[in-house]
Design a binder for this molecule. Structure first.
Ligand code: NCD
Length: 431
């Protein structure tokens, strides 16, 4: 570079009309990393920016279309209006997001981190009640939505399964939704049928969040997955534009991958390698939607072909409960198991391994192997932890309190371990 790194970055920020915080967010790096790149070259803390960042920023400032796209512009209206679902403050599909609005939500999630990490408390949702309606199995999604609402000062009422709900008596979605709206201030709904949560949303004016509609979508999971990828990449000095993302497993019925590939495709030049057992491939309609912004989607039949050089491996569980005539037993052979040996064979030390969980750890399941548990590339628990700030951000935005959070925070009164899991490494980012 002929000019200094400092001058180059300062010039880019000026042309883009972005503050350091916004510039760091726009190019997908941590503010801390950017600060070290902006120091004078002789100083002790100075770091050279990765070549990929230099190329990316250089490309933006030289290309007028890109410059316009990345330039700070006044976004019209509050985030909840920009992501509205058919005019209502509801979250049904990732299609409600642009890259900018997703990143705006992540800034709200960043603000929630001190609360999620049990350093601060807030009561901005004091008095509000959440109805958590789960008509399908769930552990983390139900509890993390509930916990996120409670951590903002609200209370939660839960129902689980059809058996103990009035739906077992033949009640319609319309009636259930309208009745619940009289009792609670927001609804989180999981239901085994695709499109069902949109039906709940149509029958009420209160915020409804889709926590999984059969093989359809799982938008909050995709948002926390994207947030995790951006956070991990920032630590590793990588950019999502131009990255290689491999998705492995049941891509036909896995709603998490349907939402995630659509959300990731808001970025540019991503190479997606889809590795699925025969008969469980990603639906064509989802692939068509994800093939935009110069993204390339390749379907591969083996881990060897799909994982080589991947920056992210996203493994999934076989959704046997959704099979209609598929041969459940033979679908997921050991050839599809992501294990330490697989990662060592095909990936680099800075590949990250994700999974929406639960992983099937029973013998013969061939799901993501537990032998990666002490490997820092395994990001699954960092991923689940991110479910809290993301779901807090979703509630704060949908209920219109995100501007109150910062000033509402007080110190916690109880003591909390610095690392919640015995295997958490320093990579966990809790420090
Ligand atoms: C997933 C789901 O329910 O879609 N779990 C989750 O919400 N994190 C994945 C699965 O069940 O396999």
């Amino acid at each position: 570079m002929s000019i200094s790194q400092q001058a180059f970055l300062r010039d880019a920020m000026r042309r883009l009309n972005l503050t350091r915080d916004l510039f760091a967010a726009r190019i997908g790096v941590k503010r801390r990393a950017l600060d070290t790149w902006l120091l004078p070259e002789g100083s002790q803390e100075f770091r050279t920016m990765p070549e990929v960042v230099e190329r990316f920023v250089g490309e933006i400032v030289q290309n007028s279309d890109l410059l316009e796209k990345y330039t700070q512009s006044a976004q019209p209206g509050p985030l909840r209006d920009r992501i509205a679902w058919r005019g209502k403050h509801q979250l049904i599909s990732v299609d409600q997001f642009t890259r900018e609005s997703a990143e705006d939500l992540f800034r709200v999630a960043d603000m929630m981190q001190p609360i999620a990490r049990r350093r601060k408390v807030s009561r901005v949702l004091e008095g509000a009640v959440l109805g958590n309606l789960f008509f399908e199995a769930s552990t983390r999604t139900r509890v993390s939505f509930g916990s996120a609402f409670c951590r903002l000062g609200g209370s939660v009422c839960d129902t689980t399964g059809f058996t103990f709900s009035s739906m077992a008596k033949g009640e319609s979605i319309y009636d259930t939704s309208r009745v619940m709206s009289g009792y609670v201030d927001a609804l989180v709904v999981r239901h085994p049928e695709k499109g069902s949560v949109a039906e709940f949303a149509a029958a009420t004016n209160i915020p409804v969040v889709n926590a999984g509609d059969g093989p359809g979508e799982h938008p909050s999971q995709a948002l926390l997955d994207l947030y995790t990828i951006l956070t991990e990449f920032s630590r590793l000095g990588k950019l999502l534009d131009g990255a290689h993302v491999a998705m492995v497993g049941d891509l036909k019925y896995g709603r998490t991958v349907h939402s995630l590939i659509k959300l990731l495709s808001l970025y540019k030049g991503i190479k997606f390698s889809l590795v699925a057992p025969r008969g469980l491939e990603m639906p064509e309609a989802v692939i068509e939607q994800a093939a935009r912004n110069g993204n390339v989607i390749e379907q591969k039949s083996s881990l060897a072909e799909g994982l080589s050089g991947a920056d992210v491996i996203y493994a999934t569980r076989v959704q046997k409960e959704r099979f209609i005539g598929e041969d459940a037993e033979s679908a997921y052979t050991p050839d599809f198991q992501v294990s330490k040996a697989t990662i060592n064979a095909y990936c680099s030390p800075d590949t990250i391994v994700m999974h929406p969980l639960p992983r099937d750890s029973r013998e013969g399941a061939n799901d993501l192997s537990t032998d990666l548990n002490d490997d820092s590339r395994l990001a699954i628990f960092r991923q689940t932890d991110n479910g809290i700030p993301i779901r807090m951000a979703i509630f704060a935005v949908l209920l219109g309190v995100e501007d109150l959070v910062q000033h509402s925070m007080r110190d916690v009164t109880w003591r909390h371990p610095s690392h919640v899991g015995p295997d958490d490494s320093s990579f966990h980012g809790l420090d």
